[in-house]
Ligand binder design. Sequence first.
Ligand SMILES: Cc1cc2nc3c(=O)[nH]c(=O)nc-3n(C[C@H](O)[C@H](O)[C@H](O)COP(=O)(O)OP(=O)(O)OC[C@H]3O[C@@H](n4cnc5c(N)ncnc54)[C@H](O)[C@@H]3O)c2cc1C
Length: 471
Amino acid sequence: MSPMAVDGSLERLRREGRIVVVGASLAGLRAAETLREEGFTGTLTMIGDEPYEPYDRPPLSKQVLLGRVPADHTALPRSRAIEAQWRLGAAATGLDPSAKRVALADGTSVEYDRLLIATGVRSRPWPNELEAGLDGVFVLRTRDDATRLRHRLKAGPSRVLVIGAGFTGSEIASVCRERDLPVTVAERGPAPLSGALGSVIGDVAAELQHQHGVDLRCGVMVTGLEGDGVGRLRRAHFSDGGTVDAEVAVVALGATRNTEWLAGSGLAAGPRGIACDAGCRAFDVRGIVADDVFVAGDVARSPHPLFGYRFLSLEHWGNAVAQAEVAAHNMICRAEERRPHLWTPYFWSAQFGVNIKSVGVPNMADQIIVSQGSLGEHRFTAAYGYQGRVIAAVTFDQAKWLEFYQRQIEQAAPFPPPFATVDRRTEGMRPVPAGFPDPSVPTHGPQVTVSGYSPTDQRVTFTPAGHGRQA
Ligand SMILES: Cc1cc2nc3c(=O)[nH]c(=O)nc-3n(C[C@H](O)[C@H](O)[C@H](O)COP(=O)(O)OP(=O)(O)OC[C@H]3O[C@@H](n4cnc5c(N)ncnc54)[C@H](O)[C@@H]3O)c2cc1C
């Protein structure tokens, strides 16, 4: 039995402890519901920098932009009452783990016995601040972003430029075409979605965009946004010397983890997220787990046993829910009752009339095989292989097979799949390279340096990005 169980402190925590959740969105809400579900009757404080109670983000780039659902009708459904003290519109600005205190922007602070960090990510802004400030330049992460962009799309701009053809950028381009708006998509990589799904599937995504009338430009970067005399966007310049005239530009260059407020806290929090163990306990910069600080959702990086204990940072709705439930359980249970977060990554997207789903970690793969259907028909299932085992699968309008492939991944089934599948075509007889960018090219500078030699005087120092040496 753990010492906590013996001295009754766990029972006290469950009965009258103070739990603080920073980040009042999907992961934060699901954690709060789980805490109450599992019998936590103490004080629960929800701190969120947005003024709204938790809402759902996936509809923002789909139904909301299409005008089918108002942005303020996206509140997340509640599975139960959570009886929390809500501190909305209040950003957490600092964490003192030894005093167990979270500082807020309004100068107040909140003390905790257990803390859950679920601060998610934000859109990476256009890097040139002046250009980012032009009227007509948007990002899409929040309800307010979606309201503003929807309003502008409704006004019928002469052309929309989408910068970045990942999932969000591609979904926005799809909405524009559905609204019959001319749209140009600029993507640095060889094809849309190629960073997430590789260039074999990326080529199919490119075909879809062409078919739907998107002016798709791959292998180019937008080098500048130009305004008119009154500060409205009018033109974009490309790295190949080309230009395009557009009244709206949506910057869809991926996300940045909301970890800056943790600077100086001693936690292993940086641009790639907050490292935590599979039980959601945060690591400090030395790589030692904290017992009272937990992490869940998009901001977390945690090792997954199925994928070689690789630290995964997932921006997936289902991951935020599953990890929040595990974190909440582990926050108030005995050590021997802790659960690992073993969720198999799963993601969906809807664009250009196609329902795309993926399971596993495609970008770990070196090979891909079309195991069912046909790329040419844009209706298929492709399995990804890594070192001779199935590591992921993606379906285009064939979601019914996904569960089967999930089990293949979970059972480390051999790749290429030896089983006979229905609807297998000749193109699926041979695996081909999956076409991911070279993983040996670093995308982040060093964050941590180690000094000292003996175990007693070794020190780990955290160096925030941009302040230290870069690789
Ligand atoms: C447009 C869009 C479309 C998407 N579509 C899909 C999809 O089709 N399928 C899918 O699987 N996933 C999709 N996602 C991803 C999914 O929405 C996320 O995985 C999910 O929202 C993660 O939840 P979270 O609670 O971890 O983080 P978030 O939802 O990012 O919430 C974090 C919250 O913490 C707040 N916060 C940040 N810093 C602080 C601070 N210092 N103090 C207080 N509060 C703070 C943030 O403002 C935010 O409210 C989409 C996301 C977006 C933006």
